[in-house]
Design a protein around this ligand. Sequence first.
Ligand code: MCN
Length: 729
Amino acid sequence: MPGVIAAFTGADLASEWAAPMPCAWPVTPDMKNPPHYPLATQRACYVGDGVAVVVAESPEQAIDALAGIVVDYEEEPAVTDLEDAAADRVLVHPDIGTNRAYTWELISDPDALKKAFDSAAHTVKERYIQQRLIPAAMEPRGVCVVPHPFGGDFTVYSATQIPHILKVMLGITCAVPETSLRVVAPAVGGGFGSKLNVYAEELLALALARKLRRPVRWVEERSEAALATIQGRGQIQEIELAADADGKITAVRVHLIADMGAYLQLVTPGIPLLGAFLYHGVYDVPVYGFSCTSVFTTKTPTDAYRGAGRPEATYAIERAIDALARKLEMDPAEIRRRNFIRPEKFPYSSAAGLVFDSGQYEMALDKSLELVGYDQLRQEQRRRRENGSARLLGIGLSSYVEMCGLAPSRVLASLNYSAGGWEAATVRVLPTGTVQVVTGTSPHGQGHVTSWSMLVADRLGVDPQNVEVLHSDTAVSPHGMDTYGSRSLSVGGTAVAMACDRVLDKARVIAAHQMEVAEEDLEVSAGTFSVRGTPEKSMTLQQVAFEAFTAHNLPDGTEPNLDGSITFDPPNFTFPFGTHVAVVEVDTETGKVDLVQYAALDDCGNQINPLIVEGQVHGGIAQGAAQALWEEAVYDDSGNLLTATLADYLVPSAAELPSFKTGATVTPSPTNILGVKGVGEAGTIASTPAVMNAVVDALSHLGVTQLDMPASPEKVWRALTNVGKEAGR
Ligand code: MCN
């Protein structure tokens, strides 16, 4: 056809791959991982599994040519329901003989767990559905691979969160020496975890550029993104709480069935584990049990989506604690207060095996209630109920803690993750005094250039305008572990700060030598080294950098140039926390829910840039509220995605959201020199349960307590109609 350069099936390209597509998280030794290649050869296992590729001069010509391909599919039954998948009635991959990818357990003390439930004064058992979500970054994915005119080198431009990891994986999968690959992640257009992956299209673009000896580009369309970019969540959760007569929780037991989709992508199997340690939330729970069975379905693979495992955990515990409060007829704030881990217990060793760094949970709750005007809202709620108003008010709380700053490499090893959790940084003071920072993080909307400039300026006493931050290009920043898991500031930013300290140490040696004084006699302030007691005798950092550059008069053994490099492996996760309060109005006649007020109190330790922190919280809240009220990937029984456009998949805009009230407390983390904790996912983690608790809070007096997300008008209306029928109304 016009403009077509080449067309290939999966079989045509089979010899291009040295290994299947990577899954870096084999969570158990017996985990099932069916071979996954960029194009299917025998069986396509989900709608979105590529079977052929066309390379043409223009995207339009390629699309026309794709329409000319006839695929002779022989249809097999789909498996879309998770419990059905676990029953192994229809197998997604008959070769492996089961749909169960793995079972993973974390039970601190099985006897104590049983005993706690047997002897509990109160128990609640809840079942929740985490619907699948479709990440909707501002820009979908895109990749362009340029072969160098001579030799076998390639430059790969990809809209990825992980240029460094991608480079390693491309090398392994396509048998290209790492030295022949340069990966550049330019302005990425958002990712929210969905670009923390190695995708078929990236491998195809590289293999085709190699085969055809010309640049190859691919840019995803929005509906393709819905099918072929990973999806998030996808779990059935069962959570049980045991409590004593006063409402003090004595044990938590959780079982999940997690939807892997048709294949395991880069970190698919690990996502439930990122929540596994947190189903007891912010509460001091002595006995804990968690298990997860993960299953294959004939749907798009799942993987990391903002929060990855932690929103799911927070949702389950925060809804369950509200269920316990209802059972005990206790205010949701009061039951939380009774169960919080107390400030004096930090560092707190949890029954799940983590050590929480620092926290003041009750303070965050108190401040959030103040922010939203809790007592007045409860009065207003009562008033509307008494007046028989058709617009009921619901107030929902969510107190959260999350583990981020992924992660100490040794801990990742204990979870069978195939990479480390360190981060690299280099800080160079150039001869003219400009500071160049090389970071291994890879921002895609989080503002690292601004934040890193601020923290370098602060530490070195230079103007932030004079700091250049280089990132996301493996030729410029060869070492890095990239951006996800709200790790960048607490690991990458800390590395930058430590590299600054190395620079200052070296500068001090040079300045002391130049001014012929002892190092101890020097004071450093605002980028100037001055002699204690004789402030007029001083050198600026810029002067020191110039001396280090000319190297005419350096102390013996001091290397020229003023720079410092470090690779920092964090000693622990960081544990940000807070309480969010959502206020909704529910129209009992139509079932429509309006989110009318929202207050967020977050504690991410010291803040480098409060405006960015607030922006991160805002975006996170919008995303989490969207899961509660609007977003859901809907499949039919044959495994067709029914919500593959933004007309069917309801991503909210500003019009659906109130102005958020935000506040902060500051409880520094003792695990890094900046005292910071992550914030990139906090809003998403906290907001979903806050909003759902608010919806249930509006309706529970009418008997509606079981409600799944998204709380669409139809679902709410049906729930109200059903309880009405039961009550003979
Ligand atoms: N920050 C701060 N003080 C703190 C904590 C953070 O000033 N105590 C600042 C940091 O300096 C940084 C920003 O807040 O500029 C986020 O830092 P951090 O919490 O370390 O998170 P990461 O930079 O590692 O970002 C990852 C996180 C994740 S996992 C997802 S998903 C996500 C998110 O960030 N995806 C995003 N935020 C996003 N924001 C945008 N615009 N687009 C995405 O795709």
